[in-house]
Design a protein around this ligand. Structure first.
Ligand SMILES: Nc1ncnc2c1ncn2[C@@H]1O[C@H](COP(=O)(O)OP(=O)(O)OP(=O)(O)O)[C@@H](O)[C@H]1O
Length: 253
């Protein structure tokens, strides 16, 4: 793989309540590209994604060993602060969760927490990130109305904009289009393809066609193990491993 890794996972093992959910995970996730994690239900896709920004920490009876290097820094290192790690990553969940406030305040929320108070600068920033997700024209006349009045697809783009406004380097998406209609799904997919110019993107998806449309690289996970990792066309059209072949042909689901 020629691209520089942005995230390097080394010998990662995750146990929850004694169950070995991720087994000896080793992977270099390339910078400024889309990597999709695919695999059957319950194979550990979301667990792997969550391990990348320490979202597993709060689970009772979790045991994590190995390392996840982001920009060369081990996020599980004893001196690493979780807030510092999370600031680098924006998470787009399955369903949009706009904050119970206006469209404007949703975007301004993160920058305000980080100390930005100047109204003009906030205005510029709110417009910039709403433009970035293609929402500006749709909402510019109602910025101070409640975000919850937006459609689900618009809310998901708002959540993406809210995440981008704290200037992460990495976007993590967990089945981020599963609650959306086909048009909103396409809008989010097109946005992710555009955003990879500036961000490293890691997605979990169970939709193979989506993985093919948006990803540069595919990780196929089966029963907590990485079976195959490589460029999208190779893994989906010409897989090396028998298990991957069975999965892409629909023999295992
Ligand atoms: N907090 C938890 N406590 C106990 N078991 C868990 C927990 N989180 C996940 N698991 C178990 O870990 C396994 C992997 O779950 P995970 O959500 O990572 O799979 P997945 O591949 O994302 O599945 P799906 O496609 O169905 O969302 C499953 O057997 C699940 O029940």
């Amino acid at each position: 793989m020629t691209q520089t890794p942005h995230i390097s996972v080394k010998d990662l093992n995750v146990h929850i309540s004694g169950n070995h959910l991720l087994k000896n995970i080793n992977i270099n996730i390339p910078d400024k590209s889309v990597t999709s994690i695919i695999g059957p239900s319950g194979c550990g896709k979301t667990t792997l994604l969550k391990s990348l920004n320490r979202l597993l920490d709060d689970i009772p009876e979790v045991n994590i060993s190995g390392s996840v290097l982001v920009d060369g820094e081990d996020i599980y290192g004893p001196k690493t602060e979780v807030t510092h790690i999370r600031k680098k990553m924006g998470l787009l969940a399955q369903r949009p969760f706009p904050l119970p406030m206006s469209i404007y305040d949703n975007i301004a929320y993160g920058p305000r927490i980080h100390g930005l108070k100047n109204k003009k600068e906030l205005n510029v920033l709110v417009e910039h990130y709403l433009q970035a997700v293609g929402l500006w024209e749709e909402v510019k006349h109602r910025l101070h109305t409640s975000a919850s009045a937006l459609s689900i697809g618009q809310q998901q783009r708002l959540c993406l904009a809210r995440g981008l406004a704290v200037e992460p380097e990495i976007i993590l998406g967990d089945e981020s289009t599963s609650a959306l209609d086909p048009i909103s799904t396409k809008t989010i997919e097109d946005l992710l393809i555009k955003l990879k110019e500036n961000y490293t993107i890691v997605l979990v998806t169970h939709i193979l066609r989506q993985a093919r449309r948006v990803s540069d690289f595919i990780v196929f996970v089966y029963m907590g193990e990485i079976i195959e990792f490589g460029p999208t066309e190779e893994v989906l059209l010409n897989p090396k491993e028998a298990l991957t072949k069975d999965y892409v042909k629909g023999f295992i689901s």
